[in-house]
Design a protein around this ligand. Structure first.
Ligand code: FES
Length: 124
């Protein structure tokens, strides 16, 4: 048997912007420890070997941040706090049930456009 692949990757937006920038960003002085909380909670639960937390840049949903994307499933969670992250780990990652009330509004997360379709739309 080979080395098992992770069951989940969790991409946490770690983008911060300098003070005074008009655009909001996911990491602010009051919430800098969310990624640490994510990793620590996965470790405490004993699932860090099969759930990989990944720090990523802007996921283009800055207005509803802090955000994180769970793969597989394309599940985007928004407005994160430590309490929400803990519940997502318990109910979605371990329990298998998406926490609908924390997911991004549907109008901000419409169906993806396949790359070949996009190329046609762009006339290429
Ligand atoms: S800064 Fe996090 S989605 Fe843009």
């Amino acid at each position: 048997m080979g080395i098992p692949q992770p069951a989940f990757y969790i991409f946490k937006c770690q983008q911060s912007s300098p003070p005074g920038m008009p655009k909001p960003s996911c990491v602010r002085p009051d919430n800098q420890d969310l990624f640490q909380h994510l990793g620590q909670t996965l470790m405490q639960k004993g699932v860090i070997a099969t759930v990989s937390p990944i720090q990523t840049g802007c996921l283009n949903r800055c207005n509803v941040g802090p955000v994180m994307l769970v793969e597989p499933g394309h599940v985007m969670y928004v407005g994160l706090t430590k309490e929400k992250i803990s519940r997502i780990i318990d109910e979605h990652i371990i329990g298998g049930k998406i926490v609908d009330e924390y997911t991004i509004p549907a109008e901000l997360w419409d169906a993806p456009v396949a790359p070949d379709v996009m190329m046609k739309q762009m006339g290429r």
